[in-house]
Design a protein around this ligand. Structure first.
Ligand SMILES: Cc1cc2nc3c(=O)[nH]c(=O)nc-3n(C[C@H](O)[C@H](O)[C@H](O)COP(=O)(O)O)c2cc1C
Length: 200
């Protein structure tokens, strides 16, 4: 099948786009407002886009609280979601009013970051401490996206729980990383293989 996204006539029961671009890592964004309030929310329009220096991005469908906090204080943490945090991650996605502490609502403990003044999830197997470098409205053909805001952050520090390291490598059988598929589906990595790059 083929369909033109302008008309969105895929003929399926649900829009397949997010199921096609999947699995997506979940950036569980911890941030602080200028009033001191703490915030935690999952974003699956999230990824790493550069190394040395390391950059990550997340995209918000509108100026949600995480974006507001990133504008106000210029810092955020990315907390990686393991199997044990699925319910807490989901709970933290509820549309609470600005200022409501999702760490408390999700029965999580907020920890201090080392290099930034934003909260992090105690128990996350890895946390990226990020400083905002850019908040932009992505362009579309002939204009700007009506809703999306793209937050870029430079990773200035990284926490890793040493329990998930095997022989000097992050062990995905131990991290049990949760990723987002389409619809209401999620996945946990349970099968990996190695592939060497070709030499020319
Ligand atoms: C797994 C998951 C992934 C999500 N990804 C996004 C996303 O990429 N962009 C977005 O705008 N909302 C996303 N949401 C919804 C937000 O988490 C939700 O709107 C939340 O209330 C935003 O919180 P905030 O206003 O405190 O930032 C996602 C929700 C879940 C459960």
């Amino acid at each position: 099948m083929f369909y033109n996204t302008n008309e969105n006539q895929h003929g399926l029961a649900h829009d397949p786009f997010k199921a096609i671009v999947s699995p997506r890592p979940i950036g569980w964004i911890g941030s602080k407002g200028s009033d001191g309030s703490l915030n935690l929310s999952p974003y699956s329009f999230f990824n790493a886009i550069a190394d040395s220096p390391k950059l990550v991005v997340f995209a918000s469908g509108g100026r949600k609280d995480s974006v507001r906090n990133c504008e106000e204080t210029g810092e955020f943490s990315v907390n990686m979601v393991g199997h044990a945090q699925i319910d807490a991650m989901n709970q933290s996605s509820a549309a609470y009013e600005y200022g409501v502490n999702e760490f408390e609502k999700s029965d999580l403990t907020a920890g201090q970051c080392e290099l930034i003044d934003a909260p992090r999830v105690i128990g996350a197997y890895a946390v990226l401490e990020c400083k905002v470098t850019d908040i932009t409205k992505p362009k579309i053909i002939g204009g700007e996206h009506p809703a999306a805001l793209l937050v870029t952050g430079q990773v200035v520090g990284i926490h890793i729980n040493e329990d998930v390291i095997t022989n000097g490598r992050l062990d995905s059988r131990k991290t049990q990383t949760v990723s987002r598929l389409g619809y209401m589906d999620y996945a946990v990595v349970n099968d990996t293989f190695e592939l060497m790059r070709p030499k020319v």
